[in-house]
Design a protein around this ligand. Structure first.
Ligand code: F0G
Length: 356
């Protein structure tokens, strides 16, 4: 047997160079993000019937979320331009990715997060990677407004998805889906928070379509949490609420991009309740062995809802992006499940509990 079977995946910039803006080799900052698996659901037939349900498991990126695709681009570009520092507002995952890629590029990262509303795993990542973590007494939308103000006047590169290179990197998720399936799906479901990712996926699908790589385009299906659903309501939400903290956003920066993706593809942007999100979250972990964070499960909650409403049919290929890993938010995992059983170190008692 050969020791090296295949070359190491080079990360999305090297692998998709011809489809991305040019970047100098010496500036490329990568953790070999991308090439995440498309996992087929095998145990959800009672809910989905004979449609093909595939999970794009983005939690398997280097920092545990899809943000790495955009961050490798944004940080590499910032480095090419000679930036010494980057800044972002975040509900957690962007801050984790920004901190890691900044550490690798030898840059300083400043991250603004809403105090008390970011998952523990994400906070620990930003701290470990050496970012200055500023927990503001306010929500994500307020943090983003401050970041916009600061980057107007100071030489710090903003790496929120308003930075166009973030979207460029994230569109590679759509490329991979097409390559893994051999075609585009019928429907693509995504959670929607700041709306950058749905904008990016649609850009990626359209690019592959225009280049003749795929023959059809998917319908883009975006799902917000009911208490944080500005796009569904048609107006900003001043005090967004949801236990899916990653998408607790009341005034998405890429609002227009999300509407464009919905309207051009013939898709929808709708809401799911926190209960529906938790139900999908537990279903994926318990029946498919796939652990994602609550916000990610909004995509599958949306697919369940659309199946119940008769929108999805047998024979459809449905892809749901699972945006972040379940380990990001152990608190919610433990709160939403049964408690472990405490037992003495006694074989007989343990066997009894096991039902023998
Ligand atoms: N899922 C997860 C796990 C996220 O972290 C985010 C966004 C989304 C979905 C929504 O994606 O914003 O492109 O519509 N998280 C950002 C952050 C806002 O700061 O980490 P979106």
């Amino acid at each position: 047997m050969q020791l090296t079977r295949k070359g190491l995946w080079g990360g999305i910039i090297r692998e998709y160079r011809e489809f991305l803006p040019e970047i100098e080799d010496s500036a490329i900052t990568t953790l070999h993000e991308g090439n995440t698996p498309l996992v087929e659901c095998v145990n959800l037939k009672p809910i989905f019937g004979d449609l093909r349900l595939m999970l794009k498991y983005e939690g398997l990126n280097p920092t545990g979320s899809f943000k790495d695709r955009g961050m490798t681009m944004a940080v590499s570009k910032a480095r090419e331009e000679g930036a010494k520092a980057i800044i972002c507002a975040s509900t957690g995952n962007t801050s984790a990715a920004a901190s890691a890629y900044a550490a690798r590029a030898g840059m300083k990262a400043f991250v603004l997060v809403p105090d008390g509303a970011i998952a523990m795993g994400k906070l620990s990542q930003a701290i470990m990677h050496g970012a200055m973590v500023l927990q503001i007494k306010g929500n994500f939308d307020e943090a983003l407004a401050i970041v916009k103000e600061i980057t107007k006047d100071y030489p710090i590169k903003m790496v929120n998805s308003i930075n166009p290179f973030r979207i460029e990197g994230q569109k590679t998720g759509a490329f991979e889906v097409c390559e893994h399936l051999g075609h585009a799906p019928t429907y693509h479901f995504l959670p929607v928070g700041n709306a950058g990712n749905i904008t990016a996926y649609w850009k990626g699908y359209r690019q592959y379509y225009n280049e003749g790589m795929i023959a059809n385009l998917p319908k883009m299906m975006g799902f917000q949490a009911e208490g944080s659903a500005p796009i569904v309501l048609g107006h900003p939400v001043e005090h967004p609420e949801t236990l899916a903290t990653a998408i607790k956003i009341g005034n998405p920066a890429s609002w227009d991009g999300a509407l464009k993706a919905r309207d051009e593809s013939g898709g929808v942007i709708q809401a799911v309740t926190d209960d529906e999100i938790i139900e999908a979250y537990k279903l994926l972990a318990g029946r498919e062995g796939v652990f994602c964070e609550p916000a990610s499960a909004a995509s599958v909650a949306g697919a369940i809802k659309m199946k119940k409403e008769g929108v999805l049919h047998d024979g459809d290929t449905v892809v749901c992006t699972l945006t972040g890993h379940g380990l990001k938010d152990p608190d919610i995992a433990l709160k939403s499940s049964e408690k472990p059983i405490k037992v003495p170190a006694d074989t007989a008692k343990i066997l009894k509990l096991m039902g023998f």
